[in-house]
Design a binder for this molecule. Sequence first.
Ligand code: PLP
Length: 420
Amino acid sequence: MDPFLFRNNNLYCEDVALADIAAEYGTPCYVYSKSFLLSRCQAYLQALAGYKHLVCYSVKAASNIYLLKIIAEQGLGCDIVSGGELFRAKLAGVPGRKIVYSGVGKSAAEIRSALEYNILFFNVESEDELLLINETAAEMGLIAPVTLRVNPDVDPLTHPYISTGLKENKFGIPIVDAERIYLQAFNDCKNIKFVGVDCHIGSQLIKLSPFKDTAFRVRALIENLLSHGLQLDYVDFGGGLGIDYDGEDVPEVNQLVDIFTEVLEGLDLTIVLEPGRSMVGNSAVMLTKIQYIKNSSEKKFAIVDAGMNDLLRPSLYNAFQKIEKINISQHSASDPFSKYDIVGPICESGDFLAKERAFPELYKDDVLAVMGAGAYGFSMSSNYNSRPRAPELLVDGSSVTVIRERESYEDLVRGEKLGR
Ligand SMILES: *Cc1c(COP(=O)(O)O)cnc(C)c1O
């Protein structure tokens, strides 16, 4: 169910024309669909309905507290990777027992605040981290619930920057070392309780086979640990399910869940998933307006008012995101197509949203929608070139709510000092 559809040549989000949003709130801006977000929550909950489960939405994909609250109200928890994300999850009312904490570089202060909030478990990524959690929990007179994030050395068949489960990646503990570390810490670390095994092999996976290979390796480890007397309640398979950016054939959530449940057959464990992109990726577009058209003999450029500070994925990963002109007027529909680079105002050659993309004739003031902008869109945005961050808007039927205001110039210098 795609909330972004054309009606009478105008692109809508649910029942609101994107042209009306651009006119009222200005560009660039992010526009999310509430109904789409709800349908993604339901897709995960329904796929897991027959099993003990917890779906922990990966906060870093889109971190707005308004969105987190909607997700939490559906019964989902959160996967966090920093103290800042813990702060957001608390504001959104996510209970500690529905929070799992991943990430390679948790600080002592972050570990302490997560223990104070009584989170469900830490996904531990190194032996040193395990020792620090044990020490911190001892100081607080607590027992810390942990899993080890194991690195199964499976090729996720995705972009190298978003692959995390190969042995050369910095993430997790090599699965061949995991058993030794589990058993050693089980004996030595008195303020740690192992509650499960965790993995997360990468992002934007559009094949199921890497998930299946991972699940088999994780199951083998779990069986070994159980045979040594550990009591494990959870298996966390992370996130990573891809979305359709460019007509790719992408597995459904229930196909992914079926793989996990088949491989786990006979084990009495709660399945934890940490979806990010597949929850929010297609829930939003970023609107941007063409400021100038520049035609040289070599190339056509459309210079838009959004840059790599607003949407980094094309510059960072050379990621493809579909771009639509939000009004297809009669005359432009009959125009011949030509190729444009859609570029931003930032002083970097890497500042582009699309290269060599075919469009009908583009004009100054045309508004473009960058599709699939919900995940790693706003959350990766920055103030580079001293550009205030774009607003985030949520559409629910025919109503529009500002869930984050456009930043002001005052916001840009908050905390800075002029000196004397
Ligand atoms: C980023 C991340 C996720 C979410 O990944 P998606 O590909 O967006 O689903 C889940 N778990 C961990 C540990 C992550 O770092």
